[in-house]
Ligand binder design. Structure first.
Ligand SMILES: [Zn+2]
Length: 247
């Protein structure tokens, strides 16, 4: 009996997309996203949805033999016991498990470091040892999610997505999807201010906005001094209603 040679599945090599809840993104912005590197957080979620982060725990580094936190601008040493405690006592009882670690690097160092297997230091070596230590209920943790944040010269955070598949020593680039709900009202109003009525009208009338969003848009336009556009949209609505009524 011959077994057909399995073709390499392109899907397996496609870069994965990492997603997260708005709450995870909010916690990230309050911690790694605004602190001097290096800092890190433990990431968790369900292993049946392994690229979606639902848990975020900003972690203290481990302490050196003098009792000081072992972290600097170019390294951070994790506290395994603390991490294991969170996973075992908080996440596993709620059906969650570790998915990876988010950490920050000095500016320009956008990819994981390799490190030395002997010392268990360096990103890829550490990620592999975590995957190999998988003690989840079904032992089905296959990918280590590892976003890396760097800060640019203005202090703005840049996120670089990485995933290390189990058994590999080559991290794969991943896309990162930021939850839209986290766009602040301030950002949204700033964006609206730059829009002309040609930008807004097709959007408003496209049918893709809920009634609530349409009302929010009208209020916001008035708030930022774009009354003319707001009145025009309402006039167009009224005209549309008259058409609907006569049909
Ligand atoms: Zn690193």
């Amino acid at each position: 009996m011959s077994v057909p040679v399995q073709k390499r599945n392109k899907k397996n090599v496609k870069s994965p997309t990492i997603t997260m809840t708005p709450e995870v993104y909010r916690l990230y912005r309050q911690t790694i996203g605004q602190k001097e590197p290096e800092t890190f957080a433990l990431l968790g979620g369900r292993l049946d949805n392994p690229f979606h982060i639902t848990e975020y725990k900003f972690c203290p580094p481990c302490k050196d033999r003098h009792g000081r936190y072992d972290a600097s601008r170019s390294h951070v040493n994790v506290d395994h016991e603390f991490m294991n405690w969170v996973i075992d006592h908080e996440w596993v009882p709620n059906g969650k498990y570790m998915l990876g670690v988010w950490h920050s690097h000095p500016a320009g160092c956008t990819s994981p470091s390799y490190g030395d297997p002997g010392s268990n230091q360096g990103d890829v070596v550490f990620f592999s040892s975590c995957l190999n230590g998988d003690d989840s209920p079904d032992e089905n943790w296959r990918n280590f999610i590892a976003p890396i944040t760097t800060l640019d010269h203005e202090g703005k955070d840049l996120i670089h997505g990485w995933v290390l598949p189990k058994g590999s020593d080559r991290p794969v680039k991943a896309k990162i999807k930021i939850p839209e709900a986290e766009v602040s009202l301030y950002d949204a109003l700033g964006f609206l201010k730059q829009c002309t009525d040609q930008d807004i009208r097709p959007w408003y009338h496209s049918g893709s906005l809920t009634q609530e969003m349409r009302e929010w848009l009208i209020c916001s336009l008035r708030l930022i001094g774009q009354q003319k556009i707001a009145e025009r949209l309402l006039d167009e609505d009224a005209a549309q209603e008259r058409v609907d009524f006569t049909v």
